[in-house]
Design a protein around this ligand. Structure first.
Ligand code: GLN
Length: 456
């Protein structure tokens, strides 16, 4: 813990930690020592970790990367962070992220972006650590903590993991409780671990997840021993390669990475099967209707009264001015864009044409996966991202749709509620890490982690 606190102090330029909690860390580390001395050794005992700013942590600023939550100190602890503390984990602080987890580069954060510790060859241009869990990925990659929590609504654990050479798993929807996690799109949001290895991910996921009566969508299922299931034995397993993920204009390096992954799995004894997920091309448009729709509803609670920031009002301003001024000041441009898209697709005249249509598409995407699993496919192998980490500013200045295209390989998994893991699997020409994604059957994280172990 002390070594990590020191490393964090020296790594301010990465802007990964946005709230530091050294006193809490030392206190928790002391408790962990006492537990070890008492002969107890819970799974995360004494392990220093970072918590994404989206998780409410009791008495510790939890701003979800937004100005609107300035000054908000939760009176409660999120179930996931509580579970980790119960398992002995030590919190070093809160990690940078895109505002309300909306983004793929960490550039929508009110704190300014986190920076990827990796560089392109000898070029010192700063790169994005990805988003929205960019602070988590940068902190793990730069050894500022042993692991971190992330959340993934459309790829926010897997894309930053791929951009930083770390491991990130989004479990099945319902595996982790969402209680105390600031809501973005409730039917898609899931928490998960971001770690240095598949084994660490297995240990941390087990500590994080489990049934929680406080979240009605949390599953009442036993939590398997994920670490014990890590054999890396893929002999006889059927791994599907979906032809629709071979996008036009996919960089050669990504194609080559995918082929390497296929060869590794074949060598390890898996059977490689060509599959089709025919509705893949509708996933991104459906996601960018459903996610903003849910976000516009979830974000209605930030009204200048209940939480955080309230704008200074002029004499004679009424409640409407208070809402308008507070929300105009408190939300950044991307969040405002999502709220506007969301309210538009939910409005009376357009509800059927956009929101209901997107929900129907979502059902078809889910069915695509059910069909291939019914054919005996165990997991599906794809690239995690369409490129390596890009330069800061490179995409933020472009049309927002360019940024949305980053999520092309990851959003299907959230729409279908499936588990997905990103594993580092090689480097590009300039030495930047690239990641592969494995998608598993619902609730089969143990099998998914074990297969990912074979790729590591
Ligand atoms: N990049 C996607 C978005 O902006 C996904 C974000 C996430 O998974 N939280 O919506």
């Amino acid at each position: 813990t002390e070594a990590c606190l020191k490393a964090i102090e020296g790594a301010g330029a990465l802007n990964a930690f946005v709230h530091h909690t050294p006193e809490i860390a030392m206190e928790q580390a002391g408790k962990a020592d006492a537990r070890l001395e008492a002969g107890e050794a819970p799974a995360m005992c004494g392990l220093p970790i970072g918590i994404k700013d989206l998780f409410c942590t009791k008495g510790v600023p939890s701003q979800a990367g937004s100005r609107i939550l300035e000054g908000f100190l939760p009176e409660y602890e999120s179930t996931v962070s509580q579970n980790l503390f119960d398992a002995g984990a030590v919190m070093l602080g809160k990690l940078n992220m895109d505002e309300f987890a909306m983004g793929s580069s960490n550039e929508t954060s009110v704190y300014g972006n986190a920076v990827n510790p990796w560089r392109r060859g000898n070029d010192d241009a700063q790169l994005t650590p990805g988003g929205s869990s960019g602070g988590s990925a940068a902190a793990v990659a730069a050894d500022l903590c042993l692991a971190a929590t992330g959340t993934d609504t459309g790829g926010s654990i897997r894309q930053p993991a791929a951009f930083t050479g770390t491991v990130g798993i989004k479990p099945t929807y319902g595996r982790c409780s969402r209680w105390g996690i600031v809501a973005f799109a409730s039917s898609l949001d899931q928490a998960g671990p971001m770690t240095k290895s598949v084994r660490d991910a297995a240990i941390m996921l087990e500590a994080m997840c489990g049934h929680d009566p406080k979240d009605s969508t949390s599953a009442d299922l036993p939590v398997p021993d994920f670490e014990a299931a890590l054999t890396g034995d893929v002999r006889g397993k059927k791994i599907g390669i979906p032809k629709e993920y071979r996008m036009d204009g996919m960089p050669e390096e990504i194609e080559a990475l995918w082929q390497d992954g296929i060869a590794m799995m074949k060598d390890a004894g898996a059977e490689i099967v060509d599959i089709s997920l025919p509705h893949t091309k509708y996933a991104l448009p459906a996601y960018y209707v459903i996610a903003p729709a849910e976000a516009s509803s979830n974000l209605a609670r930030y009204d200048g009264v209940r939480y955080g920031h309230r704008a200074k009002l002029d004499q004679g301003d009424g409640i409407t001015e208070m809402y308008e001024k507070t929300r105009a000041e408190g939300f950044g441009a991307e969040v405002q864009r999502r709220v506007m898209i969301g309210t538009y697709v939910l409005s009376a005249g357009f509800y059927d044409a956009y929101y209901n249509r997107a929900r129907k598409v979502r059902t078809l995407i889910k069915k695509d996966f059910e069909d291939v699993f019914a054919q005996g496919i165990d997991s599906i192998l794809t690239p995690a991202t369409p490129s390596a980490a890009f330069g800061l500013g490179e995409m933020a200045d472009a049309d927002p749709v360019q940024m949305y295209l980053n999520d092309v390989f990851t959003v299907t998994v959230n729409l279908a509620g499936l588990p997905g893991i990103a594993v580092p699997a090689g480097v590009d020409r300039q030495g930047l890490p690239l990641g592969l994604q494995l998608i598993g059957r619902p609730w089969e994280e143990a099998d998914l982690l074990s297969s990912a172990y074979a790729l590591e």
